[in-house]
Design a protein around this ligand. Structure first.
Ligand code: MG
Length: 247
């Protein structure tokens, strides 16, 4: 038995070194891939989205958005190129539907601290109108961890709390992989969300358990592309510079 094991190890070592010797003889070009060539895109700056992004809000208007009934979005556009939730006007949705995407969004909770826990600057960004990345003033404001800013609501707390102080602008850069369903309505691939909050990784390819639910467990009802929703939770949270890239 001992001899057989020794023989196997010897064979393995010989085959490994033979492969290594063969590889050394290869021209370096053998492992180069030239096609397809990645498309040229101009990167984002603080003032400008990447050249291939779809601008969802840049301060000039709410043309890309609608309310729940399909009418004009009722949020307030401010003179400084931002917009603010109007309490009671309801959530707003992008007119265009999206699947997997990269989403950049900047948000700010009210300067004046009002309320606590879930009642302070609450809003949210829902991918495909179903999967919420929580927006909340989580600067020195404790609430349940899977409901604080950057949580995938009621599923995953953020890895860290990367909040800037109350009243400061915050950024989310979200990478969303849409879930997939077959013709029978069964989920065949989970969705995934990665989030950088103010440049800090707070969700690392988190596997969606299903929809974000306030009460009860996540649901997995088949759906296709859908709009991005921003939540009216009754707090005057503001937004600016929102753009998206389809993946
Ligand atoms: Mg919310």
């Amino acid at each position: 038995m001992k001899e057989i094991i020794t023989l196997c190890i010897c064979c393995l070592l010989i085959s490994c070194s033979t492969t290594a010797q063969q590889e050394q003889k290869w021209p370096p070009e053998l492992t180069e891939v030239w096609e397809p060539e990645p498309k040229v895109v101009t990167g984002a700056t603080a003032q400008k989205p990447p050249s291939d992004a779809i601008v969802l809000f840049n301060g000039s208007g709410l043309e890309a958005w609608k309310n729940a009934e399909g009418g004009p979005a009722g949020w307030k556009i401010n003179s400084d190129g931002t917009m603010t939730v109007v309490k009671g006007s309801g959530p707003i949705f992008t007119k265009e539907k999206f699947g997997s995407c990269q989403l950049h969004i900047e948000w700010k909770t009210p300067d004046e601290i009002e309320g606590e826990g879930q009642g302070r600057g609450n809003s949210g960004v829902f991918l495909q109108n179903r999967y919420e990345v929580q927006i909340l003033d989580s600067y020195q404001n404790r609430t349940y961890s899977n409901g604080q800013a950057g949580a995938i609501y009621k599923q995953y707390p953020p890895l860290v709390n990367a909040m800037n102080p109350t009243g400061s602008w915050q950024t989310y850069d979200i990478i969303f992989t849409a879930p997939e369903f077959n013709a029978d309505g069964m989920k065949t691939r989970s969705g995934y969300i990665t989030v950088l909050h103010n440049g800090v990784l707070i969700q690392n390819h988190s596997e969606l358990q299903g929809t974000s639910e306030y009460i009860g467990l996540p649901k997995n009802i088949a759906h296709g592309d859908d709009g991005i929703q921003l939540q009216d939770h009754g707090n005057p949270t503001s937004f600016r510079n929102i753009w998206i890239r389809k993946l």
